[in-house]
Design a binder for this molecule. Structure first.
Ligand code: MG
Ligand code: MG
Length: 253
């Protein structure tokens, strides 16, 4: 069942979203060749805890980190490690959640490490643009299929592929709630959108095949062909007055 949120709840979720978004800014500001993914995770955790919140991911299903940090062909759910260091030319996905006053925020970015290839840069930009194509369809009376079709349409038009195996989700008291929010769909189909809906929309886009595989560590998801993947996510509330992007703190990030 979808738990719609009232304006007071959305106000709290805005705080959870701000804390989430600020932790991502901290991560971005520390991304450089030579830093370990463990250190990035530590900085994210510190930022969230300083704000009086808890990292949503820490201990979730046994996950050992506060952020999922995934490099290059790793799509999502990378485990922070003292032995993984960022290198010039990498792209790194940082996915963060914060739990504050009973509500979660969830957001992810793909960050270039130093100078990256033109193709990697274009992948990052198309992934971000596909999110915004999706939320352009997030209107009372539209359906979730309109959102997913817009995301996938933009991705495919740019020659990339949308990961289907993992999808976005409702969010609130729980990190993952109803409804499922696929990054593909059929216009006019799926859940009807109404005021009070709060969802995390999170396109995962691959340069090559959409097929992914899970590693034996039980978490890390990689592209099956070893090609690059990007991720972009915000927690968004739909209200009677339009949408509020709860985790977008800096307009251009
Ligand atoms: Mg996330
Ligand atoms: Mg999510």
């Amino acid at each position: 069942m979808i738990q719609l949120k009232n304006p007071d709840q959305i106000k709290i979720m805005k705080e959870a979203g701000r804390i989430t978004g600020e932790a991502l800014l901290v991560a971005r500001d520390h991304v450089r060749p030579g830093i370990s993914t463990y250190e990035l995770d530590r900085l994210v955790r510190e930022s969230i805890e300083k704000a009086g919140a808890k990292p949503s991911f820490l201990g979730y299903g046994g996950f050992p980190g506060s952020a999922c940090i995934s490099i290059n062909d790793e799509v999502i759910h990378g485990i922070p490690s003292k032995k993984r260091f960022l290198e010039e030319g990498d792209i790194v996905k940082v996915d963060v959640g914060a739990f504050y006053k009973g509500f979660h925020g969830d957001s992810a970015r793909t960050i270039p490490v130093g100078r990256v290839s033109d193709e990697a840069q274009r992948l990052i930009e198309v992934t971000r643009a596909s999110f915004f194509a999706g939320i352009d369809q997030l209107k009372v009376g539209n359906r979730l299929g309109d959102v997913g079709a817009a995301i996938d349409g933009l991705v495919v038009a740019n020659g990339f592929s949308t990961v289907k195996r993992y999808i976005g989700h409702g969010i609130g008291h729980e990190l993952h709630e109803s409804p499922d929010v696929p990054n593909y769909g059929t216009p006019g189909r799926g859940t009807r959108l109404c005021a009070g809906l709060v969802i995390a929309i999170e396109p995962m886009v691959n340069i090559g095949t959409e097929t992914v595989r899970e590693l034996s560590d039980g978490w890390t998801v990689k592209t099956a062909d070893g090609a690059l993947s990007a991720h972009y996510e915000n927690t968004v509330a739909l209200t009677g007055d339009g949408i509020i992007n709860l985790t977008l703190i800096e307009k251009d990030f």
